[in-house]
Unconditional design. Sequence first.
Length: 351
Amino acid sequence: AMSGLTVLASAAPVFAADVKAEYITVQKDYKDTLKKIQAGIKDGSITNLVVTYDKDKEVANYNYKSDATTADAKEIAATTLYNLVDSKLDNLGDGDLVSFNIKYDAAEKFHTKDEMDALKTKLENKEIVKPASETTAGLVMADGATNSKKADKSLYAKDVIKFDVVSDTIGYKLTATPIADAQLATLKATYKYANNTKVEFASATELAATDGSAVEVVKGKEYNATGSLVFDSATGKTSNINVDPLTNKGDTVVKVINAKESTIDIDSSTSTSAEDLAKKYVFDEDKLDDIYKELTSEEGYGNLVQLVSGRYQVALYPEGKRLDTKGATDIENTPVKLVLKADKIKDMKDY
């Protein structure tokens, strides 16, 4: 059950970002896990979901893409899932397991009005060019017949691009439409770009309209700040926004088990030793070998060993306690989830 397993600092994936094949979370974190799954249902990125209790008792099979086609329907579907599993997760017994088998497709992710309104405000108020000074380049105004002076304002994205939030096929979209050159007449007559305020106003660079047609942030796409709204000092033009397609899709399983979670800081002098763990718990040798192979690889981490907030961590799921007559062999029967953390790969390897 642990081969190819990835454990993150968070209890469940965010479905528009990179998603791994398997997530295992302990019962105490189930609310956070459920919240993230609900978020994926609400925004459309989760297209199908099967809920299984224990190993093979299928209790629900949802096709959100075809059966919940509006934002309201997806909201209701997320609540339905919560009502179905909340009590079960809250009262998870020893050896109990709840699995969420999920199909996700980020191309189906849509945007809410609140999300697009917030993006609109952020983009409109994006400062493109600050006022110039005697020593720094920026926006200038005419000072008398020939001279320049520091502009009385900055150039903002909304000065050259019109941002609107309108309905999409589902949810909402943002459109960024360049303002036509003719409509910029007052702006262009009042402000120019110069290397400093000592430049004559006539020889400063005129502001110009943004090239191209409207750009849209629609379902299945996201705004990318890199390369967006960049001012070209040679032409006086501001580039439009950059938008990238959301391409992540696949399958994942999120498992909730009833095990207590214990963190061992390898760098701490008071941490539990490897010998103590070996005396207390039974570990699968093959799985430990897989972890060691990853630690000794060129990167030193990746699938089993994760780099989280600048520290290396790995999760171990013992098969049972020493002298435990139950002889548990499955992930749902693990007595504890052990999370080992270290500053250096070498420390983890030595441990």
